[in-house]
Ligand binder design. Sequence first.
Ligand code: BES
Ligand code: MN
Ligand code: ZN
Length: 481
Amino acid sequence: MGSTSIIHASKALAKVATIHLVSGDAKPSINNLSKDLVSFIDTQIKAKNGQYYFQHDGTLHIVVKVEAHKSNSNYTNETCRKAGHGVCGLINKMKVAKVQVLNETTLTQAGLYFAEGLALSNYQFIKYYKDTSKKYNSLSTITVVADAKLKKDIDQMNIVCASLYTVRDMVNEPVASFNSVDLGKLVQSSAKKYGFKAEVWDKKKIQAKKFGGLLAVNQGSNIPPTFSILEWKPAKAKNKKPIVLVGKGVVYDTGGLSLKPTGNSMDYMKCDMTGAATVLGTFIAIAQAKLDLHVIGLIPSTDNRINGNEYTPGDVIKMHNGLFVEVLNTDAEGRMILADALSWADNYNPELVVDIATLTGAAARAIGHFGHGLMGNADEKVLNEFKQAGEEVYERCVELPFWDEYGDLMKSSIADLKNVGGADGGAMTAGKFLEHFTKAPYVHNDIAGCSFAHSEVNYRGKGGTGYGMRYLFQFLKNRAK
Ligand code: BES
Ligand code: MN
Ligand code: ZN
């Protein structure tokens, strides 16, 4: 099924199910209401109901209250998204295919963010039911009625939501049907479809380039690794040196010989390629939005398994940049494959290298699923841009320390580095490990806590959330302005 379209209209449409966004005790603006409906609406307002609906003139009207946050417009926008989530079930229960959103509040962008929350809530991953037809949501189009000035924002929101559908599909797809090779193929077909450049390396090329970390993790797999290089280079790019995005593409993580417990974390480790999916999704979005920014994407991909030939604790691996890493835990595989991609990033003489990865349970334990861990050695100004983008799309991040003492914990007694620190500070020791592999200003995003929802989390849904794509897009969009 395609995504839920968000489209702009300058004027309200006749005979289309209508959502009225109102604030305070305001009534929805509808002409010629019957007496009964007038008193029904009065009762709802008196009862302070945040949402109510009725039929009038043969069409459904849903009234939704949204209030401005007292000081923070990002919170107001999030209230609107959540309100969009709040009507999704009702709309589909009523078998409505098209809705229009009339913003009757003074909050200029309420309709836009409401539509975002509704479109994202309408996502489904139901291809693995025998009888899918009955399960499809009816809703397919959301028209936002607004001033022509908002058209560009609305079109861009449509692009972002559609791209996020693709990201979530990738994460939800089990490894049996979406492995490292499939990921590479999707990069290539997406590049063709949306007009960015892509090159996908096979195992031979990866061997030729001596990506020791990626090859070590891949040793235990019967499926070859891939390394994808994406590029969006518009003629009028605002930046002289590119921004490089690196996404962790572990299509499945068993932990390897340092095996994960089953019935616990292993059940949902198909989500370990969320970083990769968000990088690809970001390219799909920036190419359609035609952002004036030169961006490179790098995606190392493999699964982390056991087949008798797997890498083992105690192994010492020579990485792409020549550093030697002593493997003390095969479950710390993400940093092994990211490290090679980070050193490859330096070939582009980048202004900034950014990675995004489901890297450590430690980040998830520290922050939970309400936000993710940000760290790095880039200027504080750059880190602040990421924080701001996170607040704007409500994929918020917290800056974690990037102190050298964490790096000291990664020193090996027989090699340059080991791949695990001690029991404590796991998110930061992982970040400091990665810092060794790029010379460019570096930003690290650990999204382990946010990539997979075990039960529905508002418009992020259940299962693969695609968390991180809206955040990366927003960061780039702000930079391209
Ligand atoms: N993929 C996991 C991290 C993860 C945890 C992702 C929860 C999504 C949800 C990663 O490869 C991992 O296993 N990390 C280890 C590192 C440790 C061995 C140093 C961890 O966090 O336990
Ligand atoms: Mn792991
Ligand atoms: Zn992993």
